[in-house]
Design a protein around this ligand. Structure first.
Ligand code: SF4
Ligand code: F3S
Length: 130
């Protein structure tokens, strides 16, 4: 009886942990976007969760539904699922979160339409090996 209770309890705890993790997972725009801003990504997002900074875009983590549609669109492969993020870009998770929330709180809306890339984009693309 006791064993069954604990097995059930542990399984319930595991489910709650999974739910918590999923709640906070999102796609991340990494610093590879910095100096590029090709913006191909924004037009495929079904929930309009890309926000624009001067140097790059970011994704609002509370709005991204993890559909993956944007990943293939970026010419410099700047977007990763949070779970696939290489170690050198781990700090970009917090950057996307804080910056997206900050500019949304300032009243800025999501970017919906592709625009011209930054003047540095082609050179930056070569620098990144694309
Ligand atoms: Fe938008 Fe989907 Fe990309 Fe999230 S994964 S930013 S919902 S296109
Ligand atoms: Fe940046 Fe790539 Fe989108 S360069 S703006 S993440 S298409």
């Amino acid at each position: 009886m006791c064993l069954q209770f604990y097995e059930g309890h542990s399984s319930l705890a595991a489910s709650i942990e999974i739910l918590d993790l999923e709640e906070y997972m999102a796609h991340i725009v990494t610093s590879k976007c910095l100096g590029c801003k090709f913006t191909d990504c924004v037009e495929v997002c079904p929930v309009a969760c890309f926000y624009e900074l001067d140097g790059q875009l970011i994704i609002h983590p509370d709005e991204c539904i993890d559909c993956t549609a944007c990943v293939a669109e970026c010419p410099v492969e700047a977007i990763y699922a949070e779970g696939d993020l290489p170690s050198e870009f781990q700090s970009n998770i917090e950057f996307n979160t804080t910056e997206a929330k900050r500019i949304k709180d300032e009243g800025k809306t999501a970017i919906l339409k592709k625009k011209d890339p930054l003047p540095t984009a082609e050179a930056r693309k070569v620098e990144l090996g694309y």
